[in-house]
Design a protein around this ligand. Sequence first.
Ligand code: C5P
Length: 254
Amino acid sequence: MSDDSRPSPPAAPSAARTAAVIPAAGRGVRLGPGAPKALRALSGTPMLIHAVRAMAASRAVSLVVVVAPPDGAAEVRSLLDAHALPERTDFLVVPGGQSRQESVRLGLDALPPGHDIVLVHDAARPLVPVDTVDAVIEAVRDGAPAVVPALPLADTVKQVEPAGTPGEPEPVVATPERALLRAVQTPQGFDRATLVRAHETVTGEVTDDAGMVEQLGLTVVAVPGHEEAFKVTRPLDLVLAEAVLARRRLNDGF
Ligand code: C5P
């Protein structure tokens, strides 16, 4: 087992219990045709199982709620049954919705009482190391209502006037100062009541949960993310994910 997948030290008995919601209901069209993205295999194991193991690797996480494709909850349940997962972690599967936001809300609705910290983690980020998961949880325990893992950008970012037609030239309207920007990953961590309130109150398209908490006027903090927490979106990302897994196997001496 590599350092990245080794379980974290036991959580302090008094610590708030943490649940992880994994939205996995997307079709993943940018990855090309085939099964829903979360069910595609990486090194022979579905991406979703990697993501579930990544959350369960943290000893603070006692429940993982998987939000399955609306017509795929039974398939996801049998996948979870078929793969070895830590005994100390409980699992729930619920059907998802039309948008990521709706899928996360359906996952939150299914949470039983007793978990005061909630992580929201994309199934499409199967390789996030446990140290990153634990750093997010710790920052919530330290009092932040919302925490995101984030990395500085390698590329300069331009704001454009989007062209109506793909491939058409687009006028550049601004260049935000790169040093002030971060690329945000998951798991994002929340005080549970804050996240529930955000999902009840904020409407409109958002691309991450922390953005909803920002709209409540609360402070979101960023902690260091990890390059292995990248999102598998396009075909080249599958190649990179396989390479990361191969490197881990090599480091493990298999
Ligand atoms: O589409 P995107 O890559 O941003 O999706 C991020 C995560 O949200 C993925 O894990 C995907 O499965 C999930 N999702 C979902 N329900 C949707 C759309 C996306 O659970 N309707």
